[in-house]
Design a protein around this ligand. Structure first.
Ligand code: 5GP
Ligand code: ZN
Length: 120
């Protein structure tokens, strides 16, 4: 399993930095975002370090699918019972801040704003 000693999300995966985990299996971890932008704001990450969506390879196909499958399940469990929004920021254009692939899972209870991204 590839891990980056300096990567903040790898540290969360290794348990070196605390997080509020909401889902974990052999391939992915989901935890609450430290600065929530919505009533439900979770991050789903592959346990294998990959810097971002643009850095994924065919071997990541299964884990990418699992990230999407997990999203509605954990959103519902956290109280977003009527839908959700997913966002993957990638690279400079996508204003990615943490360079370990992650999918934002945003939810209600109420409808989110009409934003296309999380910019204020
Ligand atoms: P990005 O802009 O890269 O798509 O999003 C990175 C996200 O990671 C931000 O929403 C930020 O609040 C979250 N984040 C950064 N550091 C930590 C941390 O140490 N713990 C948790 N739970 N979330 C973090
Ligand atoms: Zn990492």
């Amino acid at each position: 399993m590839s891990t980056d000693p300096a990567c903040i999300f790898c540290k969360i995966i290794r348990g070196e930095i605390p997080s509020t985990k909401v889902y974990e299996d052999d391939d992915v971890l989901a935890f609450k975002d430290i600065h929530p932008s919505a009533p439900v704001h979770l991050l789903v990450v592959p346990k294998r370090h990959v810097s971002g969506l643009s850095a994924t390879a065919p071997e990541d196909q299964a884990v990418l699918g699992k990230m999407l499958l997990v999203a509605p399940q954990i959103a519902r469990e956290q109280g977003s019972v009527d839908g959700l929004r997913t966002i993957i920021n990638d690279g400079r254009v996508g204003r990615q801040d943490v360079f370990h692939l992650h999918m934002h899972v945003l939810g209600g209870p109420g409808p989110l704003g009409r934003m296309m991204a999380m910019d204020e």
